[in-house]
Design a protein around this ligand. Structure first.
Ligand code: FAD
Length: 417
């Protein structure tokens, strides 16, 4: 099998890149060890996060640091035995989160975040996937008056970014989501972020994009990417069926597993993992959830999805290969049940996902400097669903020699080499 470009990884990032390359006239083959969207793209909170213009940074206020050091929070937890291994990476993350560096990351990512909805919309339309999309934005809510006042000020400070925002009083929030009225804690208010869209089944969206890719002439094959080898005139990989794929160029879009390739080829890129969980709960009759809502104090999302209300957790620092543990999902569930009538869990065990993260909060996207025909596109952290199509476009524009719609330099792997 011969192809111009082999894309490794059929998550939202790889599938979007494959589509953009195909649209520019390249023959493209997409390889994954499983079905499209079965990795981290399977289980996220489904927010196409147009309003997240400031990346998720490391807290720098003493109060927040003390809180996380206690390791009792529901939004971030760590396994103490893993801390010495992740500490050097956390130190870099902390350094990149200084006001000046955060501003740099914000500026770099802004054109991609701004294009996130329009780039998805084009693919949603072509893939006939609008039945998976809601255009109601999402709502953050607060119990504590002071936290709500601070959040209001922060939201107003974002007005320069032209976001559509509606501030909600407590009663306005419960008018929007009446099921919260029965909760034992009072909601002080909320912020309705109107620009983002939400997805009712993130894996189904990735699969719909992959089907569009096949409909337009692309092929998806099952293969283990770790068998990739360099040849004199390109790259080769054996499929599960034993066929050999030969490609002039290869794109590494293996999300959290991208180290399989870049480490083997000698690139010391600081990719780390922030683990996160989800679990679905039945909806109680007559008490629906209409919007995706975020409890900003406890750090979880409740999203109305195809399989029920999906609760997604914040961050866990633990060995990526360690089995799932129930602590964080239990803490979040306890918080949520005080506010919202969650039904019975749909699954016995929660899903565990791995967010691929770089310490400067930007993905690695661009040409690998030491290997001909090798390209990287991974490390989309908290916003891979959001950024997949825009990053696919930015990569394809570079690979095909057209003018990139955003400055690609802040994403080059060279910044770490
Ligand atoms: C709890 C949680 C909530 C989140 N919520 C949101 C959200 O609301 N909005 C948002 O924008 N982002 C969210 N994210 C982040 C988002 O899900 C990720 O950034 C995104 O899915 C990464 O996509 P990817 O394609 O890079 O990786 P993946 O989806 O993991 O894709 C990588 C692919 O590589 C394949 N692969 C791995 N190893 C091999 C191998 N050896 N051979 C062949 N194939 C291989 C895998 O099977 C997989 O299909 C969330 C993440 C988590 C964990």
């Amino acid at each position: 099998m011969k192809t111009d470009i082999l894309v490794l990884g059929a998550g939202i990032v790889g599938v979007s890149a494959a589509l953009h390359l195909q649209d520019r006239g390249r023959s493209v083959l997409l390889a994954d060890r499983g079905e499209p969207g079965g990795g981290t793209s399977y289980g996220n909170a489904g927010l196409i996060e147009r309003s997240s213009v400031i990346p998720y940074s490391f807290p720098r206020q003493l109060g927040a640091l003390m809180k996380y050091a206690m390791n009792r929070s529901s939004d971030v937890r760590y396994n103490p035995a893993y801390l010495p291994r992740i500490a050097p990476w956390l130190a870099r993350y902390w350094w990149h989160s200084s006001p000046a560096n955060l501003e740099k990351a914000t500026r770099a990512l802004l054109p991609l975040v701004e294009a996130s909805i329009s780039e998805h919309d084009k693919l949603i339309d072509r893939a006939g996937a609008s039945y998976l999309i809601r255009s109601r934005g999402w709502v953050s809510f607060y119990k504590d008056e002071r936290r709500f006042a601070a959040a209001r000020t922060e939201a107003q400070a974002l007005s320069a970014y032209g976001l559509s925002v509606r501030l909600l009083s407590g009663p306005e929030f419960t008018a929007l989501e009446p099921a919260f009225a029965a909760g034992s804690a009072k909601i002080s208010g909320g912020i309705h972020w109107l620009d983002p869209k939400t997805v009712t089944d993130p894996q189904a969206l990735t699969k719909a994009y992959a089907e569009l890719f096949v409909r337009d002439g692309g092929s998806v094959v099952t293969a283990d990417a770790s068998g990739l080898s360099q040849e004199s005139d390109g790259w080769s990989l054996k499929t599960q069926e034993g066929e050999t794929i030969r490609a002039r160029e290869v794109v590494v879009a293996l999300g959290p597993q991208s180290g399989l390739i870049f480490r083997k080829l000698g690139y010391p890129l600081p990719l780390a993992i922030k683990r996160g969980y989800h679990r679905h709960y039945a909806q109680n009759d007559g008490q629906p959830l209409s919007h995706s809502v975020v409890d900003e104090e406890a750090g979880y999302v409740l999203a109305p999805m195809a399989r029920g209300v999906r609760l997604t957790t914040g961050i866990e620092f633990a060995d990526p290969k360690a089995p799932a543990n129930m602590i964080q999902i239990r803490r979040n569930e306890d918080h949520a049940r005080r506010l919202f009538p969650l039904g019975e869990p749909v699954e016995q065990t929660p899903w565990l996902g791995l967010r691929p993260c770089l310490p400067d909060m930007r993905p690695v996207l661009g040409r690998a400097p030491r290997h001909r025909g090798l390209w990287f596109n991974f490390g989309h952290a908290h916003h891979g669903l959001t950024l997949g199509p825009a990053c696919g476009r930015l990569l394809a524009e570079q690979m095909c020699g057209s003018t990139p719609f955003a400055d690609p330099e802040p994403f080059y792997p060279q910044r770490f080499l």
